[in-house]
Design a protein around this ligand. Structure first.
Ligand SMILES: [Zn+2]
Length: 244
């Protein structure tokens, strides 16, 4: 298999993957009723940019015979999504005549030009911006990891020192989301009211926070119980009213 055919296969598989992810992503976005308007048309594919060019002063053009008009060039191909380069996808190139415009792809090059072309191809490296999409994804992943790490720490600090009015987002036994509200704190004991409603979407659980939605009978838990619930991911988020 030639490297070019290999890249094409790879790009084909890559675009299929992107299409499938896009469908899942769209479903997710619409199920969350996100205010973000997700673009409905997906634009992806591959593009290339010139990496290196080298004149061939000793070789006249085979088509027009002009001396000093041939140039070897190598281009870097990259996969893109919405024109943002994702990652490099191989190198292409050949020779072109500045006088008559004849282009010879690397497979059509006469044997004498193959070696200098291969040397140039070896020399050419993809610029960092060909990796822009991958770098962006890595950056986003890192920042969301940091944010969730910081949130987790903040939640633990809130659970160690509960305040009246704290709101705990909890996962129910049915796998849904609901709320617990701190109504009193007395030493180690924390009095809570349970919300009588549940929702399947973690982003909508805050909408359940209305006084009439809470059970009138409060129950007690210890701070230690709360820590355990956090560890077991039964408490998924802690909200503290801003004036506290
Ligand atoms: Zn020519």
């Amino acid at each position: 298999m030639s490297p070019i055919v290999g890249y094409d296969l790879f790009l084909n598989n890559f675009t299929k993957c992107i299409e499938e992810y896009y469908i899942i992503f769209k479903k997710y976005y619409f199920s969350q009723r996100s205010p973000v308007i997700f673009p409905l048309m997906l634009i992806y594919g591959s593009n290339s940019s010139r990496l290196l060019t080298e004149p061939l002063p000793d070789t006249p053009c085979h088509a027009c015979g002009t001396a000093d008009s041939l140039r070897l060039s190598v281009s870097g191909r990259y996969a893109h999504i919405y024109w943002i380069p994702l990652f490099p996808a191989g190198k292409l190139g050949g020779a072109e005549c500045h006088n008559c415009g004849t282009v010879l792809l690397h497979k059509q090059l006469p044997p004498a030009l193959k070696e200098p072309f291969m040397a140039l191809k070896q020399q050419a490296t993809a610029p960092i911006w060909h990796y822009a999409g991958l770098l962006l994804i890595a950056l986003l992943a890192l920042s969301s990891l940091l944010t969730s790490g910081l949130n987790g720490k903040q939640d633990l600090a809130y659970l160690e020192k509960p305040h009246t009015g704290d709101l705990y987002h909890v996962r129910t036994q049915e796998g849904n989301f609901s709320l617990l509200k701190v109504v009193a704190v007395d030493g180690n004991s924390v009095q809570l009211q349970a919300n009588t409603y549940q929702t399947s979407s973690s982003s909508e659980v805050a909408d359940l926070n209305k006084p009439e939605n809470y059970d009138h009978d409060a129950f007690d838990l210890t701070r230690y119980d709360l820590q355990i619930m956090k560890q077991k991911e039964q408490i998924v988020d802690v909200e503290r009213p801003e004036n506290d």
